[in-house]
Ligand binder design. Structure first.
Ligand code: UT7
Length: 328
């Protein structure tokens, strides 16, 4: 027997501190005009020094659980998708498990770059559909400011901090309709945090060479993204038996407005039906998709019964998409 899965609660946590393009003009050689015209980003949020991924995750998870109306003790599994965990180990998900009192839950992190949330939802859905679990928290959380070199104009204008969580539960109706995830590891070097792992352990030299910050080959990632997002949506649509005309809304990963416009155009989807938050939050990696979903639900762009595609790409390189029927 196959059970149904659906999103029954959603929550976010966004730091209050705003870093504007004007602020960045005082930090690196850039301009508000360049950043807006090349990326669409106007400002982003930056977490305080003492705040880590588990702090934002805990807040977002509590809101999602509250909305779903369940007790933390009823959560069976917590998945945190992140490339900026509190530490290399233990998993940030385990810290969240303790913070929210989910004493009956298993916990692990998923590292799939900015596609993390899509991977997390896909994993959770399998656990629900087989009947193994009933309630799973999927938390997309990244604090990219913590691993951004604020002397590197190629990257520091892009990233911001944030977190979005959903509760995925066993439901009567099918809320998560289909999933597609993929990777192309030949592009692993295009987007990485080179040092601090087993390949290049931390030394004075790695610190001096600034190897603990995000490295990105922007044009290569751009080329990948404009191909990967439409491909993921097309594969998902084929697999699901739906067609694009029955899709009400698209929520893409928020990296660059030019990438999003190009994907929407290739798919024949009007920008009126595409969720955008990058102007105010920048690229929050794993958090971009759930935060945009939350905001467009709260401002009523998304309505109960809508067919929505979530689509992402990121470090790995990874990409993927999920088709959901909105149930809230
Ligand atoms: O979540 C996934 C993560 N990343 C992405 O999705 C990023 C994908 N890539 C991109 O979004 C774009 O490649 C960027 C926004 C990063 C860069 O835009 P671009 O149009 O590809 O610019 P470019 O890297 O080809 O650089 C064009 C010029 C260069 O100057 P020259 O060599 O032509 O004189 C850069 O040095 O723009 C310069 N430049 C900047 N100028 C002002 C690069 N960054 C900046 C900056 N301010 N911040």
């Amino acid at each position: 027997m196959k059970y149904n899965a659906g999103i029954t609660g959603i929550g976010i946590s966004i730091p209050k501190k705003v870093l504007t393009n004007k602020d960045l003009e005082n930090m690196v050689e850039t301009s508000d005009e360049w950043i807006v015209s090349r990326t669409g980003i106007k400002e982003r949020r930056i977490a305080d020094e003492n705040i880590a991924a588990s702090d934002l995750s805990t807040e977002a998870a509590k809101e999602a659980i509250l909305m779903a109306g369940i007790d933390a003790k009823d959560v069976d599994l917590i998945i945190v998708t992140t490339v900026t965990p509190d530490m290399l180990y233990p998993a940030t998900a385990a810290i969240v498990q303790n913070n929210i009192g989910a004493v009956n839950a298993a916990a692990f992190d998923v590292s799939a770059g900015c596609t993390g949330f899509i991977y997390g939802v896909t994993i959770a859905t399998q656990f629900i559909e087989t009947g193994f679990y009933k309630n799973i928290l999927v938390i997309g959380c990244d604090l990219l400011s913590k691993v951004t070199d604020f002397t590197d104009r190629n990257t520091c204008v892009l990233f911001g901090d944030g977190c979005g969580a959903v509760l995925i539960s066993r439901t009567e109706e099918k809320g998560i309709i289909d999933e597609y995830i993929m990777a192309d590891g030949s592009g692993a070097d295009f987007l990485s945090l080179p040092a601090g792992g087993s390949r290049m352990p931390s030394t004075i030299e790695t610190v001096n060479k600034r190897l603990h910050y995000t490295f990105m080959n922007g044009p290569e990632v751009f080329k990948f993204a404009v191909k990967a997002m439409p491909e993921a949506v097309t594969k998902l649509i084929e697999k699901s038996g739906f067609n694009l005309s029955s899709i009400d809304y698209l929520i893409p990963h928020q990296a660059n407005i030019r990438i999003i416009e190009s994907a929407a155009k290739r798919l024949g989807i009007s920008m009126d039906n595409v969720g955008i938050t990058l102007d105010k939050y920048g690229n929050m990696s794993s958090a971009s998709i759930p935060v945009t979903l939350y905001e467009d639900f709260k401002n009523k762009k998304i309505k109960k019964g809508d067919n929505i595609i979530l689509v992402g790409f990121g470090a790995g390189l990874t990409y993927g998409a999920v088709l959901i029927k909105w149930m809230l």
